[in-house]
Design a protein around this ligand. Structure first.
Ligand SMILES: Cc1cc2nc3c(=O)[nH]c(=O)nc-3n(C[C@H](O)[C@H](O)[C@H](O)COP(=O)(O)OP(=O)(O)OC[C@H]3O[C@@H](n4cnc5c(N)ncnc54)[C@H](O)[C@@H]3O)c2cc1C
Length: 575
């Protein structure tokens, strides 16, 4: 059995920032960072537009309080305000710290870090590295982990969280290279496993965003919080869903319908294209439903609207958002200097996740905590985003709460002993699970079932929801889940068996999808990204509270947790 003081699952921004903090505080600790991809291929590397912090380099009237207010208003008042206060107060120092680590942020002419406008933010406060911000930050963090001697287990797939009697003891992991299984025990376990975009059929997320950490935690009997809040990013490139960053609108691009009108004037006149994502995504969906979308041949009545950069000019496009130009050119052959880009909403971000407190400790319910178990980043819900996240607040959350969680782990493990684990028991169970999949004599291909599942979740739990639609969807999802017993695998080899990994991931995304839909069904109101046609109003009397969903083989139970309201009284949300 392998042993470490700390195991971190996830090599994205949250996992890497936590590992760095632990190593800085106590270099003698044995830290393991496990990732099913190479760490620098984590989805964080794809983050484009930037990271918010009130450095006041462009706008000296900005303040952490203004950032906090924008975040809470953006969240439709569901965010925990104590967590938002920490996020926004610590933002400037974590950006400066990244800069000292070597992150190459874009600059103002006087050499200070540049800051751009972003949706829902009242001031220009988003720091960036052109439109490759995640790349710039993640590469520097991984370099630094090597310097500190953090042991990186890359391309190991974690199959299971070992949790016994409320204590997290370790993990079971599978090596993609040769099929080896290993049990690892540690004094503290942290999950930083990212989102679940692949549960839907159109997403900006990478192939690895399959909600594994969320599923493992739910299977271990722990709750998932606010899973009904799925963020649709307004500008996924049509038809592929690949992201065109909000930075493009931050730099001045327009959204236009088939008549060439800037339709955001009818939905958010004060913010126009820089309204928050939930509002902008719904506006695009409504334009399309009203027949004002476009078709590829230029006619009206089609499935997308246009993102128009032409007035920005070549120089600005190429210096500020070169990657977005490249993506549209590479994937669709469109030259954004002279042609508008076809876009429509794409599944982008998970506001919900594993409930944690502001030290990154995972909650076992409305009151208790799980011993020795921590989480941060997109898989966690400390609830700084509530019902709708503002762009450029997620990288910030990963770094602020990655650092805080790392700090609390470094102190937590000091007086702890390694737990005892029945290694053989866990190895045999993992082996049996794999053999079972190999021996299944079904007729259904993994990609066929996955596609059906993704299509169903997208159709029945998309931008607009109703009770009737979601009830039908739930029945369909449950029927598809039964078919998991009938998938078959061609590849039974031990080396690089990606088909086996896809089978394990499919189980996870199916479980996460059911929790999303069940959580959405019980929330009989519209708030942030959760929009119910049958309950169009926000209902603070009955639903100003967090959802906690518990999975078990007999069904999903829902309870609630109060929202921390410490600074701003809920008001109507208008832009
Ligand atoms: C295209 C795109 C652009 C974005 N742009 C921005 C932006 O400009 N600003 C902003 O604030 N936010 C942005 N976001 C959101 C932000 O990038 C993510 O929320 C954030 O990077 C998530 O980081 P993370 O560390 O939580 O997880 P990730 O970076 O997703 O990393 C997850 C890690 O977990 C590992 N993992 C998962 N499951 C397992 C398993 N079973 N076993 C082993 N390892 C596992 C993966 O290998 C990976 O290393 C963007 C997102 C996308 C998709």
């Amino acid at each position: 059995m392998l042993e470490h003081d700390v195991i971190i699952v996830g090599g994205g921004l949250a996992g890497c920032r936590a590992a760095l903090e632990i190593a800085r505080i106590d270099p003698s600790l044995k830290i393991a960072l496990v990732a099913k991809t190479h760490p620098i291929r984590s989805h964080s590397v794809a983050a484009q537009g930037g990271m918010a912090a009130t450095l006041k380099n462009v706008d000296d009237t900005d303040s952490w309080e203004a950032h906090a207010f924008d975040t809470v208003k953006g969240s439709d008042y569901l965010a925990d305000q104590d967590a938002v206060e920490i996020l926004t107060k610590e933002a400037p120092e974590v950006v400066i710290d990244l800069e000292h680590l070597g992150v190459l942020f874009s600059r103002l002419p006087d050499g200070r870090i540049a800051q751009r406008a972003f949706g829902g933010h009242s001031h220009q406060r988003t720091c960036y590295a052109a439109d490759k911000t995640g790349h710039a930050i993640l590469h520097e963090l991984v370099n630094n982990l090597r310097r500190y001697g953090v042991q990186i287990y890359e391309e190991w797939y974690v199959m299971r969280l070992i949790l016994e009697e409320g204590l997290a003891k370790g993990i079971v992991m599978y090596h993609l290279l040769d099929g080896t299984l290993q049990v690892v025990r540690a004094k503290a376990v942290m999950f930083a496993t990212g989102g679940y975009g692949r549960a839907f059929n159109t997403t900006s997320n990478d192939y690895a965003s399959t909600g594994d950490g969320l599923a493992m935690s739910a299977i271990a009997g722990l709750p998932l919080e606010d899973m009904e809040f799925v963020q649709f990013h307004p500008t996924g490139l049509y038809p592929v869903g690949v992201l065109i960053s909000e930075a493009v609108r931050g730099e001045g691009a327009y959204l236009i319908n088939s008549s060439g009108d800037r339709f955001m004037a009818n939905y958010a006149p004060s913010r126009m294209e820089l309204a928050p994502r939930d509002i902008t995504s719904r506006a695009i969906a409504k334009e399309v439903m009203a027949g004002r979308g476009s078709n590829v041949d230029g006619s009206a009545g089609g499935p997308f609207v246009y993102l128009d950069l032409r007035h920005m000019g070549k120089e600005k496009i190429m210096s500020r958002v070169p990657f977005c130009w490249e993506e549209a050119h590479r994937l669709l052959g469109i030259d954004a200097v002279t042609q508008p880009m076809p876009v429509r909403p794409t599944v982008h971000y998970s506001m919900g996740g594993m409930p944690v407190n502001t030290d990154g400790q995972v909650r076992s319910g409305a009151d208790g905590l799980v011993d020795a178990f921590f989480a941060a980043g997109e898989c966690a819900c400390v609830s700084v985003h509530g019902a709708n996240r503002l762009g450029s607040n997620s990288l910030l959350e990963c770094v602020v709460y990655g650092r805080r969680t790392g700090r609390s782990i470094a102190h937590f493990v000091q007086n702890r002993k390694l737990p005892s684990i029945d290694e053989q028991h866990y190895l045999q169970q993992a082996q049996a699970e794999i053999e079972h999949l190999f021996n299944q004599s079904g007729t259904i291909r993994i990609n066929q079932l996955r596609q059906q599942y993704q299509d169903t979740l997208t159709e029945y739990c998309g931008v607009f929801r109703t009770e009737e639609l979601m009830q039908t969807g739930l029945t369909k999802l449950q029927a598809l889940q039964q078919q998991y017993q009938q998938i078959y695998l061609d590849d039974r080899s031990k080396a690089w068996n990606t088909e086996l990994i896809e089978a394990l991931e499919l189980r996870n995304l199916m479980l996460v999808g059911e929790i999303i839909l069940t959580s959405a069904l019980q929330r009989a109101e519209s708030r942030g990204a959760h929009c119910r046609d049958d309950y169009p109003q926000r209902d603070d009397t009955n639903f100003l509270k967090h959802t906690l969903a518990y999975y078990s083989s007999s069904g999903i139970d829902i309870t609630h947790r109060p929202v921390a309201i410490t600074m701003f009284t809920p008001q109507e949300r208008k832009y």
